[in-house]
Every structure is written in C-alpha cells, then in structure tokens.
Design a binder for this molecule. Structure first.
Ligand SMILES: Cc1ncc(COP(=O)(O)O)c(C=O)c1O
Length: 454
C-alpha cells in the first residue's frame, strides 16, 4: 500500500506520521478493512526509524482507528464503516450523478432505452482474450501507439464492418466509445469550417452536449415515420441514426436516404445498434453509398458493455487523419490492450456467437413486451420494434407523459418520455421503452405498472 506521507524533518516525525495516517483513513484513501504496511516496510519507505512507525501505529490504534495484532500488518478497523466521512470521490458511483442521465443503480425495473443487458457480457470469452493478449504482445506493443488505434483491431474491424454492416471503403480510427468518436469528428470538422450541426429531433440529448462541447452549434430537424426530413436541414453537417432512429425507431426510407445523400453537407451516421435487427431485411449503411461524405460511427456499448468505452469512426482518409490528430492531442491515442482483446473476440468468432445468443434473447423480450402491450394497453400502439433494444410506445392523445414517467419513477421503474428527447419540435405523448434489461419474466409486471400509471 502506497501512502502519501509528506515529512518535514525539522518537526517531530511521529506526530506527522499519525496525522498522515488519519488523513488517509478519514479521506477514504485507506477504507475500513485496508491492511497497512508492516512497520518495517513503512519505515524503510519513509526513511525513518522503525520505532517512529511502531509508536505512530500504537497511538492511532489506541485512538481506535486501526487494529494492531502481534506479527501481523495493522488493519483499518472495519467498525469504522459509516462512522468516518469517507472520500467524496465515491459520490461518483451514486445514482443520479451530475452528468448524463441517472445511471440506473437504483431502478427496480430498468426500462431505459440506452441500457443493454450487462449480465450477458461474455466474461469468459473476454477473460480468455485478455489473457491471450497479455501472453502474446511484445513489449513494444506497451508503448504509445498509432493515434488511429491498434493496427490489428483496425484490420479485424474493417473486415467485420464490411461483413456485418456492409460498410464501404474508408479509414478507421478507434475511439473511446461513440461519444468520443462524435466529439473528435466535430473537432476535425470545425477545423474545416463547419459551424453548425443538425440533429434529428427528437434524438439522444447526450449527443447535443457532445457537439456543443466541441464548439459547434446544434439545430433540430424534424423526424417522422420515414426518419429525418432532409429538406429541413439548415446546417453544415448532420448527425443521423438511419438504421433505427433514436428514439422513435423509424427506419430511414429509401427516398429519404437518396435525398439525404443528395444534400451537400457531411453526414455523420450513428450506427449504435446496427447489429440488432429481428424481422426485417438488413439496412445497409449510408457510408457504403457515399464513403467520401459520410462519417460512420460504431460502438461496442450495445453489443458488449458501455464500460469498455470502445467505439470507432470510419471516415474518408483525410478526415480520418484529422480525427486521429485530434485524438493524439486529447490523450495520445487509445488503449491498445482492450483493443487487442476485442480483435481476438472478432477473429475467434466469439463476437458473432455472442451476437447470435443475445439477438435471440432480445427478440424474445421484445415479442413478450409487444404482446403484453397489445393485451394490456388498448389505447396505445408501438413503433420501431423491428430492430434495436427499445421501442416507442405511443400514449393515448392527451395523456400526461411527464406524470406517467414520474409515477413510474416513484415505483423505481426507470423510463423516459419521448418529449425528454425533443430539442425544438414538440412530440406527441410517448414512452421510449428499453428491453435490454427487461427479462421476459418481468415483462408483464412492467406493463401492468405502465397501465396503472396511465
Ligand atoms: C443513440 C445512441 N448512440 C450511441 C450510443 C453509444 O454511445 P457510447 O458508445 O459512447 O457508449 C448510445 C448509447 O446509449 C445511443 O443511445
């Protein structure tokens, strides 16, 4: 255990050491149960006599902070749990933090649309991939790397995107999730004179914040059953979710796709859940149709887990180089070890197997959810059910969306209303229901709760 003990050699050392140890304990740096260094070890590390450390330990033991047993390392008393003001940094783990939406830790039923099933994470396959990476990478691979990310992953991913998503030619840059990919793209576009980015309205509000944080202006463009209305775009670039519009679930209609590609600006394609489609023909990427003007963004957040913070940008080479340059400026490139592990998952077929398994499970959940809604909510209808991990529930005209969301939240059922994703254009009442974390057995209970709230 490393301890921060600044010692002023002109003052009594024991008192300083006692104060530093107490500060570590009360500040949360050495929480209850922590084993402190043996007195000999700490004395050596601090360059003080062993007696000074032993006396300091004895003093704070007498005050009740630690437990000292003969022949064993001192331990911070577990009885202190809850009685000392532990680190405020822990607040970040609490639900409802300052950033983003409620992290969902407190939901009894989590119906949020952005939430994949974390219990499906292929832990064994991931662990095996990480072990393999550690066994095989040369020391040189532990150095700073290419700003575009690990070459092996880019190679595997390029083939994967062509095979699974019908991607076209372009240059890949590995990013920290879709979110960073969007931010870096916006920075690179800002350097090329882009000032204003249009977004679908409604759409993911986090993305508006990302675009603004990159210094660009955000404007909304209406969305209907056929997706975004390209004729209404008044911007230099546009961010779209063509395969499964977030949050309405609309698929961008063929005529609209043509219109969008005929429009002169840069198109940023968010393919956040492109791997999950159930009973419709695959919708190819826009990027394939216009690789010189479409920047494609993908993520492992829906297929594996958001915690990996793994995403990618497929862009025209010159723009990709600018994006990589931005990445280098931010943090000198992406982590290579995670990237390599993901490359193994693709190469070994584990990712495909995982997708087949989860697709089956999500489809069963969706079927159960749609059937329960049909049965229990006669005044409502659903949209956007052919793909993804969420659907849109249209509420009866005049329903008070906000009150329904609040009533459900009071029962610790987490769901967002359609209106909460609206930027400028008001929306009819609706709920955006995610089934990523809704086991089939819990569907009836969740729908009954919505019926009661209605
Ligand atoms: C519309 C949309 N795009 C992208 C993402 C993925 O973001 P990230 O890869 O940064 O986790 C999400 C996740 O919630 C999303 O809802």
């Amino acid at each position: 255990l490393e301890l921060f003990v600044p010692l002023d050699r002109t003052r009594p050392l024991r008192a300083q050491l006692e104060a530093a140890l107490c500060a570590a304990i009360t500040g949360g740096g050495a929480p209850p149960g922590t084993r402190l260094p043996a007195s000999r070890v700490l004395a050596e590390a601090l360059g003080v006599s062993r007696g000074v450390v032993s006396e300091a330990y004895a003093q704070i033991a007498a005050e009740g902070w630690i437990e000292v047993r003969h022949g064993a390392a001192p331990v911070v008393r577990t009885e202190l749990k809850g009685t000392v003001p532990l680190s405020s940094a822990r607040g970040a783990e609490r639900p409802g933090g300052a950033c983003g939406e409620d992290k969902g830790l407190s939901w009894r039923v989590d119906l949020r649309a952005t939430a994949p099933d974390l219990s499906a994470f292929p832990r064994k396959a991931w662990a095996a991939a990480v072990r393999r990476v550690l066994a095989e990478v040369p020391d040189a691979a532990l150095d700073y790397g290419d700003a575009r990310g690990d070459a092996r992953l880019r190679e595997e991913l390029a083939a994967y995107l062509v095979r699974v998503r019908g991607a076209g030619p372009g240059e890949l840059v590995i990013t920290s999730g879709y979110t960073q990919g969007l931010w870096l793209t916006c920075r690179a576009l800002a350097g090329r004179g882009v000032r204003r980015v249009a977004v679908e309205d409604p759409s993911l509000d986090d993305a508006w914040a990302t675009i603004r944080s990159a210094g660009l202006e955000v404007v909304g463009v209406p969305v209907d059953e056929d997706g975004i209305v390209p004729a209404a775009i008044d911007a230099d670039a546009v961010l779209v979710t063509p395969a499964h519009q977030f949050p309405t679930g609309a698929v961008l209609a063929p005529e609209r796709r043509r219109e969008l590609l005929a429009w002169g600006g840069i198109v940023i394609e968010d393919d956040y859940d492109g791997e999950y489609r159930y009973d419709r023909a695959p919708v190819g990427t826009l990027q394939r149709l216009a690789p010189d003007r479409v920047v494609y963004l993908g993520t492992a957040s829906k297929t594996l887990a958001p915690a990996l913070r793994l995403g990618w940008v497929l862009a025209p080479p010159e723009l990709a180089a600018a994006i990589a340059q931005e990445r280098w400026a931010v943090d000198s490139g992406p982590p290579a070890l995670t990237a390599r592990a993901y490359a193994h998952l693709i190469a070994g077929g584990e990712l495909d197997r995982h997708l087949r398994r989860t697709r089956r499970e999500y489809r069963a959940r969706r079927d159960a959810l749609v059937a329960a809604i049909d049965r229990e909510l006669p005044g409502c209808s659903v949209d956007g059910v052919a793909a993804g991990l969420h659907l849109r529930l249209r509420l009866p005209r005049g329903a008070d969306e906000r009150r329904i969301v609040d009533a459900l939240a009071a029962q610790r059922i987490g769901v967002r209303g359609l209106g909460s994703y609206a930027l400028e254009h008001p929306q009819p009442p609706g709920l955006i229901i995610g089934y990523g974390r809704l086991p089939t057995a819990a569907v009836d209970g969740a729908v009954a709760a919505i019926r009661d709230a209605l």
